[in-house]
Write a new protein. Sequence first.
Lengths: 261, 283
Amino acid sequence: MARDVGLSRRQILSRGLAAGAAVGLAACDRLSQASDSRSALEAAESLTKAVQRALIGPREALAPEYSEADISKVFKANGSTEPDDPDYQRFREEGFASWRLVVDGLVEKPQRLSLADLRALPSRTQITRHDCVEGWSCIGKWTGAPLKEVLDLAGLKPGARYIVFHCADTLEQTLDGTGQYYESIDLVDAFHPQTILAYDMSGAPLPVAHGAPLRLRVERQLGYKMAKYVMRVEAANDFSSLGRGRGGFWEDRGYEWYAGI
Amino acid sequence: MSSTTGEAAAAPARARRVVYRHSLLVRLTHWINALCFAILLMSGLQIFNAHPALYWGMASTFDKPFLALTAEENDDGVVKGVTTIYGKSFATTGVLGTSRDDDGELAERGFPGWITIPSYQDLATGRRWHFFFAWILVLNGLVYLANLLVRRRLTREFVPSSRELRSIPHSILEHARLRFPKGDEALHYNVLQKLAYLSVIVAFPILILAGLTMSPGIDSAFPWLLSLFGGRQSARAIHFIAASYLFLFFLVHIVMVLVSGVFNNMRSMITGRYAIEEDAHGS
């Protein structure tokens, strides 16, 4: 007791602050995991999406494009860089000759497109900035078929609201198969002129690390939206039955579906 | 008037009067801002930890960041935390680059868990906290700013006159001696307070704009933001530096609150009432 009285005001204050901070931090950890507080935090995403769409949408604004001189010397490859899925290995060994992009779901005319078919479509080349959710950016040059061209070939049925990209790579080993990479975007981004299915990077066929033979570019969102190793494009009414129901591999693991920020 | 003041000063108990210093709106926005800033700072460090390096320019030049927090393992398997600033390396084991995890093991981590939200490595959740409280900070800041402008408080209370600017050296000296204004002088912010608060009013919008410039969506709507900050990676660096500045302000702010009468200061920001000691000329 006598010792306690001897505590200086400074000691009491600093110990109190440290204890308060520890309690606060533990509370934040718990709030991060409890489902009610978690969905409250997640409400910010809808607001961000609505405001960003209002700012960008009507003007169909393009993401900034850069010059050849701006292209990054090292373009970091994240996520899967060397898929070991047997089907993918087979395609890779034969240079993707028998690979076909399946376009199905809520479409009038399902498609099976070879790389030659995709290259025969009108193409778009763009030098854009790739922003990873981790914080880094790289500038790269992409050539591909606008997704709009592919969707126009297949013809969307009225109920289609999302375009889902099913990929060849398993990024996480899970028992229920939810470790397979997939992504989804809505029609606003699907029909945006810079949204392309890229088959070339820097004028050469897409390297395996960057998603050969085909990857998605959605230039107004973060890198994880831009699915690599795309095998199938599905038009869907909703995505709740896919993966863990949140519209993408990283979305299923807590990341925002709208990745414009 | 001066004779009565003289009498009051001569009395053993100093005359005090209580004034109403901070309006309800100022008090509310102050505490909401304090809460948001703490959470944004700590969740921001969580986000930073996902790639603990800063670059100037549009894109990342991975081989030469101007600031990096890294972990290095030597031949004996000993892990060291290293902070590198413009090529100069500093050993920061245990705090920056590496810190102890829940099991007490040294793990690779930019900023340590006790200063991030959540305390464990989780970028997705850090972003959820960050964007939720960023919205509250922005809306709260707009209310504060509107009040400041509508009631013309900005120029009246925060912008120092040229006479005040010339008194900066004197004011620094007074602060160093922990001598704070009394009487009517204490009713207004002194020149150092004005400059400090003004810098915060300026730093927050810079911080927010730099943060928005990191958004690929915002960049397509307002590409001029990229020019304003000198590129996306520069915006990320400026966001970090502005946050560091505000943290520095916070530390000084806390010290000043403590040394210039913590009870009176806290009361004025909670109830609005602030006690002023009448100036004692004789002393």
